[in-house]
Design a protein around this ligand. Sequence first.
Ligand code: IPD
Ligand code: CA
Ligand code: CA
Length: 260
Amino acid sequence: MHPILNTAVKAARQAGKIIVRSFDRGDTLSVDRKGFNDYVSEVDRAAENEIIQILRHAYPNHGILAEESGEHTGDEYQWIIDPLDGTTNYLHGFPQCAVSIALRHKDKLQQAVIFDPLRDELFTASTGAGAHLNSRRIRVSRARRLDQSLIGTGFPFRSMDHLDNALKTLKELLPRTHGIRRPGAATLDLAYVACGRLDGFWETGLKPWDMAGGCLLIREAGGLVSDLNNERDFIESGEIVAGNPYIHPLLLSVVQKHYQ
Ligand code: IPD
Ligand code: CA
Ligand code: CA
């Protein structure tokens, strides 16, 4: 494993320990409201501090973009961190959450770790070196048609701007696919596309830390990731469509039709 990825794995595992320790104690945690349906707990903050401390110790000059503490300026390398993806699930004791850490150099993603501490599943990717789950190589699925596919998404829950678009897309996709899943942690949804558990995924209103790690995983696993215009701008736009090379264009055309 690339030494820099090793450091990110160490940070993700340490954050995972903090997350597991308080799982099932969601109702006793101190929680602040960031906005409508948007919460941050002491666990999100503790996990983020731990990750930043480990990365900073190893790479003091790198910049950081972290969900809870924002941007810390640095050199041309930037760590993009979601310390606890799936906070709503976590606060309800619903077991689907992850830590996501990605490293970008200028505009290019180079390293990715997504760690599910409740299942002890570690997804990793380095540019040009493939994607792995617990050290075994992963590939996207081979489904060729929507009627062979299982699709993931995230329903709007903070801003309702795209609620109608999402519902129209669901209405078209539900009878045309094996089903739609909304597990509640976008980083893991993307990791599941990378390992073939999902054949495709779309969501809008995401942030860079929801997408960066999963995007590199999917590309390194042979899949496609784009924004709604089939461009590479999704980290900025927050709108993402992902899938294996057969399902991505099929899903994109359905999504495009309903998100005009
Ligand atoms: C959220 C989760 C969720 C997605 C949201 C994200 P958070 O992240 O990934 O699945 O639908 O858009 O913001 O707030 O739990 O880190
Ligand atoms: Ca997130
Ligand atoms: Ca988060």
